[in-house]
Write a protein that binds this ligand. Sequence first.
Ligand code: SF4
Ligand code: SF4
Length: 225
Amino acid sequence: MAGVTLAPGVTLFDLAHGRAPDEPASSKVRWGMLVDLNRCASDCDACVTACDRENGLPSEKTATSAQWIRKVELKDLRGATRSVPVMCQHCADPPCVDVCPTGASFKRADGIVLVDRHTCIGCRYCMMACPYKARSFVHEPVTGQRPEVPRGKGCVESCTLCVHRIDRGGIPACVEACEATGHEAILFGDLNDPHSEIAKRVATYPTTALRADLKLDPGVRYQGL
Ligand code: SF4
Ligand code: SF4
């Protein structure tokens, strides 16, 4: 855990968003992402590659492989196509949580929607309920696990917003990778903090929620769509 040790046993957690291990997630925060499609290059998939690497997902995909973020070709009414990164939208009113019979699907106080792999029974109700097709069922035995991202055959999983990074004051791997390419198309931050860059951008520019008609209040917004 990053922080500054003031004295033996006394640590100041100095990072912008980090929290101590015993500190619960706060409902004062709503983590979100803003994807600027004017900056996103159609031939770039650095976010997808970074997600696979960060979370131990297979880079060689089969038809049934888990995938937490995709580049999806969307066509507008004039026939023009856009390549759009789509991941779990971390809905404020998530239908995946509503339908889960075991409580394995849950939303944290800070808006991150997760699956508890210990209680997921693999019924896949949540996959049917998710209008964004954001969830994957793990069909194959899992190899190459990352210790911070436990996965298991027979469970459903989806984008965690890289919660293991966020809780240490970091940013999601896809955001970091996009920044490294120079595109800087994905902005991460606290939508509830009026002083955050993401909140200022959402307040200043027109943004779109995918399938806004469903009124699920996604934590992922799009600019330039
Ligand atoms: S995008 Fe799908 S999986 Fe993610 S919170 Fe919304 S309904 Fe649930
Ligand atoms: S697959 Fe798991 S997380 Fe999804 S609804 Fe069933 S028990 Fe809940």
